[in-house]
Design a protein around this ligand. Structure first.
Ligand code: ACM
Length: 680
């Protein structure tokens, strides 16, 4: 009887153990494939760590684990109650060196991979299980990344974020299996890395007369001598950089340094004016490409950079060059003539080609923003696509690698929630859901081209981010969406499920002293944008007396009567933009109709020069010639920091077939944006 009872109990226990797990997985990024049971293995004080790998890997993983909630005693002979990490020549089910296979049973957790990175990512999965649910479910996980490059860029120039801040972010990035941290080290607002050969870069170029970028930018943009009372800013010493690089490497993250050229370089050219076209401090943003001294400078700087950063890739910027001074600079003109360059785009391309040759000669490769395509792409360059996806797709079609970081989905400097609930940002509206929806490989690419999409990156430009707390709020949790876009197969992605996991991650990050955005209390999209509006003018013909701006066409000629209203941001493809003279449209209702209201929303956000109209005139006509003015609204435009929306409408009783809606800009000129002319 006792035997039978024992057997029954054992069978019941076995049945409980092998019951399939029904609880949703709470891991970011979502693993490729899982077969899990409902029981968990739990580590305790006696649990051991057994690693079969090279000495270097054993040391790295042991010292890393000692900093985590899985600080286990090493014992390579442990047969149970252990975390076993094993490097194998080949592991069935995975092809990426970053992949891993994890099996868990009553004896503990076993992770196999073909490289240290794979073991490290298996460990991250274990850590998330342990931190989120106390134990690791029995069963098997086979996991590997979709993309080899999963990056975040931090702009440490516009505001300086110190070494400890960077180390802290590396911890979080590693947890979510991100493997690149791109540091935007140089820009007008501050040069942030010690270069031994050019001390003025940091003695002067790293400091400015106001701590807040926006104030500095709008009030003279002066630099300051290091150590003086007015100096605000900072830089990483070469020792700081070595520490950051080593810390990141232990966490499988490569630091990619960016040295901007030829533009965004006011700080360097104020420190060393002789390599600008006019040789005057404070006057130029672009290096003089005609001057050999420019190449001497850039190559010397890059030599120190290459010495400090083991990264295969060195980012050389390349974006947004004004190129204006090159047109009148005798040296640039001479260079163009001698090299047979037909325009300044080709002059920029000449610089990038030469720099690429130099970087390649040191055994490294360049990455540049997508402008490096202009004037001819350097032969081995990788393109970082930011002005949409076209640059990256073009690079791939030319056989070059591309990293996708389009502004529409990857620019984390935009608002992530209703702007009135958040501190000032550069503009836009990029909620978690939209970041998550990004697919770096569009259907238009063939298989060979798709292989050249190297990965994805979230970019944190810091013009409007003056503090570390604010920076963390902008990073988290949206970078976790980038992490999942970069790692997880499309088939296992699901936003609702991800959002729940992101809520757990937000709590975890808060407990660890980060300042993530409060996702649980997200306000969400502009309510008007959530549901279509029905009205008398839907689908009717609209005639434009003044054209809309092609770059902000939204849905073209039908967009103002399609029933769709815009989100918090002007570039959502629903708001239509007008520059020079404003809006002047006539809607043909097709037949004479009684109307009781005619109105349209406008938005104002002053940084990108989008304003309310100063004047709105609404009129009606039966014959499209004789118009009766229904209302003439004057509006006083006040320049401020807020994003605001306002409806300009007439209400009353009228009849007619043609409706004319005119909105004129005011004293600041700039843009008008409207989304729908609602006629009722
Ligand atoms: C960029 O956003 N200018 C690369």
């Amino acid at each position: 009887m006792k035997k039978l009872l024992t057997l029954t109990l054992a069978l019941l226990t076995l049945a409980a153990c092998t019951q399939e797990r029904t609880k949703p997985l709470d891991i970011i990024p979502m693993p490729l494939s899982t077969q899990l049971q409902s029981s968990n293995f739990e580590f305790d004080k006696e649990s051991k760590l057994a690693i079969e790998a090279t000495e270097a890997t054993v040391n790295n993983l042991t010292s890393y684990l000692a900093t985590t909630s899985l600080s286990l005693k090493a014992d390579n002979n442990a047969q149970d109650n252990r975390l076993a990490l094993k490097i194998r020549e080949k592991v069935d089910g995975i092809s990426s060196p970053e992949g891993y296979v994890m099996t868990t049973d009553a004896k503990g957790v076993n992770i196999e991979a073909t490289s240290e990175a794979g073991l490290f990512y298996g460990v991250q999965t274990v850590l998330q299980f342990v931190d989120n649910e106390g134990g690791v479910p029995y069963g098997r996980i086979v996991d590997e990344p979709r993309f080899a490059y999963r990056g975040m860029m931090l702009d440490v120039s516009r505001h300086f974020f110190d070494k400890d801040f960077v180390l802290k972010q590396i911890d979080a990035l590693a947890r979510y299996k991100m493997n690149r941290l791109h540091l935007h080290l140089t820009d007008a607002a501050g040069w942030r890395i010690e270069i031994k050969k050019y001390p003025r870069l940091t003695q002067l170029g790293a400091w400015r007369d106001h701590p807040v970028w926006k104030v500095w930018w709008n009030s003279g943009r002066k630099y300051a001598e290091e150590g003086t009372p007015e100096a605000h800013g900072g830089y990483y010493t070469q020792d700081d950089i070595r520490e950051i690089v080593a810390y990141a490497a232990e966490r499988q993250i490569t630091i990619i340094p960016e040295i901007e050229m030829p533009a965004h370089s006011e700080e360097a050219l104020t420190a060393y004016p002789e390599i600008s076209c006019t040789h005057e401090p404070y006057k130029q943003a672009d290096f003089c490409v005609g001057n050999e001294k420019t190449f001497e400078f850039l190559e010397n700087v890059l030599s120190e950079i290459i010495e400090l950063f083991p990264s295969e890739y060195i980012h050389i910027g390349g974006d947004e060059a004004g190129k204006a001074s090159w047109k009148s600079c005798p040296l640039c003109q001479k260079r163009m003539k001698e090299e047979g360059l037909k325009d300044v785009n080709e002059l920029q391309s000449y610089l990038i080609h030469r720099i690429e040759k130099f970087v390649n000669s040191k055994g490294r490769q360049i990455i540049g923003w997508d402008e490096i395509l202009d004037g001819g792409l350097a032969p081995n360059a990788t393109v970082m696509s930011w002005r949409g996806t076209e640059g990256g797709l073009k690079a791939a079609s030319m056989g070059h690698k591309a990293i996708m970081s389009p502004g529409t989905h990857c620019y984390l400097d935009q608002y992530q929630d209703a702007p009135h609930t958040l501190p000032e940002a550069i503009g836009g509206y990029l909620p978690l859901k939209k970041v998550y929806s990004y697919n770096p490989i569009p259907d238009t690419l063939n298989c060979e081209q798709a292989k050249l999409i190297y990965g994805v990156q979230g970019n944190l430009w810091a013009e409007y981010i003056p503090t570390p707390e604010h920076m963390e709020m902008m990073i988290y949790p949206r970078i976790l969406a980038i992490a999942e876009v970069g790692w997880s197969a499309v088939e296992v992605k699901n936003f609702d499920c991800f959002r729940n996991r992101a809520l757990t991650a937000v709590d975890y990050l808060k407990n660890k002293g980060y300042n993530p955005f409060d996702l649980a209390n997200e306000t969400g999209n502009r309510p008007e944008a959530d549901a279509p509006v029905n009205h008398l003018a839907i689908g009717k013909k609209v005639t434009y007396a003044r054209p809309y701006f092609k770059g902000y066409a939204a849905g073209g000629d039908t967009t103002l009567v399609d029933g769709h209203r815009g989100a918090w941001n002007n570039n959502d493809g629903v708001w239509q933009g007008f520059i020079k003279g404003g809006v002047d449209v006539t809607i043909d209702l097709g037949e004479s109709k009684a109307v009781k209201s005619i109105g349209a929303d406008f938005m104002q956000i002053c940084n990108p020069e989008i304003f309310m109209p100063a004047e709105v005139i609404v009129s009606i006509s039966e014959d499209n010639e004789n118009f009766e003015e229904l209302t003439h609204i004057n509006h006083e435009i006040v320049r401020d920091d807020a994003l605001t929306f306002k409806n300009f409408a007439w209400k009353g009783k009228a009849k007619g077939r043609y409706i004319r809606y005119v909105a004129r800009p005011g004293q600041y000129g700039g843009w008008l944006f409207t989304d729908e002319i609602v006629v009722e």
